[in-house]
Structures are given as C-alpha cells and as structure tokens.
Design a protein around this ligand. Structure first.
Ligand SMILES: [Ca+2]
Ligand SMILES: [Ca+2]
Length: 193
C-alpha cells in the first residue's frame, strides 16, 4: 500500500510538472498605462492621461488654448521707406523722426510716447516706452502704423501693417516679423491665458 501511494504521488507530481512545462503564459508583466500615450508640446503622461503645459489642451496636448491677452512688450522697427510715394524725403533737410501707433480697426489704441529723431532706414529701432500693450481681442484685426513726427505739419504716414495677433496653429511665438513693402517690424510677445 505504501508503494502504491508513493507511485500515485510520484505520478501526480510528474503530471503537474508536465503540465507546468506546457504552460506558455508569460510571466507577470507591468502594465504601464502610459506605454502607448504620446503627449505633445511638452505635456507628459500620468496614469494614462496627458498633463498639458499652459496654453495647450486635448487628449494629447496638441490643441492650443486661445489666450485671453497677448502682450506686445517691444516693437522693433527694422526697416521703413526712405522716401514718401513721390520720392521726397520725410523731412526737408533731415531724416524721419519715427514712432509707431497701434490701431484696432480704425481706432488708435496705443501711441508711442517717444520717437527716434533722424532715423536711418537701414537701422533698427526698439520701442519699449509705454509697453507692454495688452491685445485683449487677439483674434481681431490690428494695425501698426509708422509716422514721421513733424512739429508744424501733420505727422507723415510712412507705412502700415495689418495683422491678426493670434493664430491657433503657430505655437505661441515669442517674436513675429511683419512686413509690407519697405516697412518691416518685429513684435515681441507674451501670452496670458
Ligand atoms: Ca516730415
Ligand atoms: Ca527729422
């Protein structure tokens, strides 16, 4: 009887061992919920969901959030026409005395508090006085107009650029170059959500 029990036990063990050999299930694996998650624009995955940085949203952080304000912190005039449309200089015996103005539609919403005297078209001029200017409707049309300051006559219009401060596809650039004809400028921007 002892032998029979022993043989039975041995046989059972062999069956179990044999069964184990046939078990092809993989060893226990760590299921990382972030394994197949991609987060764009500096977002990162926590527990299978993207945490997005300020300004981005959506399941993969690929959508921009429209800012409540865009701040223009500096206007750098990088080029302007050397003469008016008739080929005449901006002033009789000296260079243009330049200053920019911001318009929303046809309304003046900001005017530079200083001008550069006898400016040269080939030089760059940075305007920071009275800035930042807050663009509160970033999807509307704004213009930046350059004037030559004159003491007796009305100031001369030198050029204007119309633009939309916000684009939902450009990734919040910190600078924007705008140009129309010989009038070029660079805007320095901050975004507020
Ligand atoms: Ca003039
Ligand atoms: Ca002048």
């Amino acid at each position: 009887m002892k032998n029979v029990l022993f043989l039975f036990f041995l046989g059972s063990s062999l069956l179990i061992l044999n069964g184990c050999d046939k078990d092809t299930s993989s060893p226990s694996q760590n299921n990382d919920p972030c394994e197949s998650i991609v987060c764009y624009n500096g977002g990162y995955c926590v527990n299978g969901e993207c945490l997005c940085p300020e300004g981005y949203t959506g399941p993969d952080c690929s959508q921009q959030v429209t800012p409540t304000k865009i701040r223009i912190t500096k206007i750098e005039v990088t080029d302007f026409p050397a003469t008016d449309e008739n080929g005449a200089g901006w002033d009789l015996i000296s260079g243009a005395d330049i200053y920019p103005v911001i318009l929303k539609g046809s309304d003046v919403v900001w005017t530079s508090s200083r001008y550069f005297e006898d400016a040269s078209p080939s030089s760059s001029y940075s305007f920071t006085n009275g800035l930042p200017f807050d663009v509160t409707s970033p999807q509307d049309r704004y213009s930046i107009v350059l004037y030559d300051f004159d003491t007796i006559d009305a100031d001369d219009f030198m050029g204007g650029i119309t633009f939309t401060p916000y684009s939902n596809t450009n990734g919040f650039p910190s600078t924007r170059n705008l140009s129309v004809g010989d009038f070029s400028l660079k805007l320095y921007l901050n975004y507020v959500w």
